[in-house]
Design a protein around this ligand. Structure first.
Ligand code: XBP
Ligand code: MG
Length: 250
């Protein structure tokens, strides 16, 4: 099968955004008078549940914080405020692109590949990060953006990748997913899509079994990636040609 599309995850894959999410959650809790503050260690555990609304619900259910039961009905409003705060932080320059991402998107487009997003994060967050990374028209570079609540079941369910493939009008064998987390790898594999994994700050050490390649990042010619597992040991930066070759050899 010919490679026709690259499907990018957002948080942790395009940029190291989870610390900014954590900050936005904590600032919103404080603003609403909730005595909750997620430490980095706690957030690492909470990240097992994807989606911010789902994560707050899981926090209340499993950690029984003060004011938890009363806050359940306010989760959608709380999360809407968090989304606004997150975009403000990104607009102010909070997250830098990970190595190789901007280059690979540009090379893929130049070679006629489709580029898409499949993420659990909310649509406004995607727009904010794409503008910060690619400029004011950032989102127009992407053929399909699958985000947030467009599917009811978030990663590790395969639904968001299946939704994105349908919009691209492609079969799973014609795409490669770029991911950073075990939940993302499971979601891509569940949809039948090969996946290249670049672990991020919060996902290092997770189980990426089944990945075509596990690399420190996508690499740049003057800043090669470290090869961690799978294919790709012979190269130093991910290109459309390398991805085609890896997919054909898999
Ligand atoms: C990462 C996530 C998201 C963010 C929060 O998703 O799990 O839930 O932490 O985003 P991905 P929201 O790596 O698939 O982009 O608060 O907008 O849900
Ligand atoms: Mg991710």
């Amino acid at each position: 099968m010919t490679l026709r599309a690259l499907i990018f995850d957002v948080d942790g894959t395009l940029a190291e955004t989870e610390e900014t999410h954590r900050q936005a959650f904590n600032e919103t809790f404080a603003k609403r008078g909730l005595p909750w503050s997620w430490t980095a260690d706690n957030y690492r555990r909470l990240l097992e549940v994807t989606g911010g609304k789902e994560r707050i619900r899981h926090f209340i259910a499993t950690q029984n914080p003060p004011g938890g039961p009363d806050a359940i009905s306010a989760i959608p409003a709380l999360h809407a405020e968090k989304t606004i705060r997150y975009a403000e932080l990104i607009d102010a320059g909070a997250a830098a692109a990970r190595p190789g991402v901007v280059r690979l998107v540009q090379e893929a487009r130049a070679e006629g590949l489709k580029v898409a997003i499949a993420t659990t994060t909310s649509q406004p967050n995607v727009v904010a990060i794409l503008r910060a990374m690619f400029g004011p028209d950032g989102e127009s570079l992407f053929d399909v953006i699958g985000a947030g609540d467009v599917v009811p079941r978030k990663k590790p369910a395969p639904d968001i990748f299946q939704w994105t493939l349908r919009r691209l009008n492609l079969s799973p064998a014609e795409a490669i997913a770029l991911e950073d987390s075990a939940n993302g790898v499971q979601a891509a594999l569940g949809a039948g899509i090969a996946v290249v994994t670049t672990p991020s700050l919060y996902s290092i050490g997770q189980d990426f079994t089944g990945s075509l390649a596990v690399l420190s990042d996508l690499g740049e010619p003057d800043r090669p990636y470290r090869h961690l597992a799978g294919t790709g040991a012979e190269s130093g930066w991910v290109t459309p040609a390398a991805l085609r070759y890896w997919l054909a050899a898999a």
